[in-house]
Design a protein around this ligand. Structure first.
Ligand SMILES: [Zn+2]
Length: 155
C-alpha cells in the first residue's frame, strides 16, 4: 500500500457518519483479517464471521439486546412490561444462538454498541483482535490434540 492509499484507508475508517459496526469491520480488514458479514447459514446470523479463526462476532445494540448495567439500556417509562419482555426474548435468542455456535465449534465474541463510541472503538478493536488471534491458537491446539488422540488410539 502506498502512503496515499494508506491515508485514504485511514480517513475512510475515521470518517464520521459511518456506522460503528462498519468502522469496526474496516479496522479488522485493515489489520489483515478477512471475513464474511451477516452469514445467515450460521445460528443467530453473526455480523462478522472469520472462518480461518473459527470466530463469529456479534455487534449488539445495547437497548435491543439488553446490555446489563449499561447506561444505554434504559427501559422506557411506559409499557415497561412490554419492553422488558421483548428485550428478555432477544437476550434468550442471543444466548441460544451462542450455545449452538459453540456446539458447532465456533468461538463467539460479543461487542456492545457502547464499546464502539468515539474514543473507545480503537481500544475495543484491539481487544477483539487479541481475542480473534487467541481463538485461532485454541482452534489449532484442538486440532493437534485430536490428531494426537487418533494416533495414540491407533497405537
Ligand atoms: Zn452497552
Amino acid at each position: 500500500m502506498t502512503k496515499a492509499q494508506r491515508h485514504y484507508c485511514m480517513s475512510q475508517i475515521h470518517s464520521s457518519g459511518t456506522k460503528p459496526e462498519v468502522r469496526l469491520r474496516k479496522m479488522l480488514w485493515h489489520a489483515g483479517f478477512r471475513y464474511r458479514v451477516n452469514v445467515s447459514r450460521l445460528p443467530g446470523r453473526p455480523d462478522i464471521v472469520l472462518p480461518k479463526y473459527r470466530t463469529t462476532v456479534f455487534v449488539n445494540g445495547c437497548f435491543w439486546h439488553g446490555h446489563q448495567g449499561c447506561r444505554m439500556y434504559v427501559v422506557p417509562k411506559t409499557n415497561v412490561e412490554y419492553w422488558e419482555k421483548k428485550v428478555a426474548a432477544n437476550r434468550e435468542r442471543d444466548q441460544q444462538a451462542w450455545r449452538r455456535l459453540e456446539a458447532l465449534g465456533w468461538y463467539v465474541i460479543t461487542v456492545w454498541e457502547c464499546e464502539l463510541g468515539a474514543g473507545k472503538i480503537e481500544q475495543t478493536a484491539e481487544k477483539v483482535i487479541a481475542e480473534i488471534k487467541a481463538n485461532r491458537e485454541k482452534y489449532l491446539r484442538g486440532l493437534e490434540e485430536r490428531k494426537k488422540a487418533v494416533l495414540e488410539w491407533k497405537g
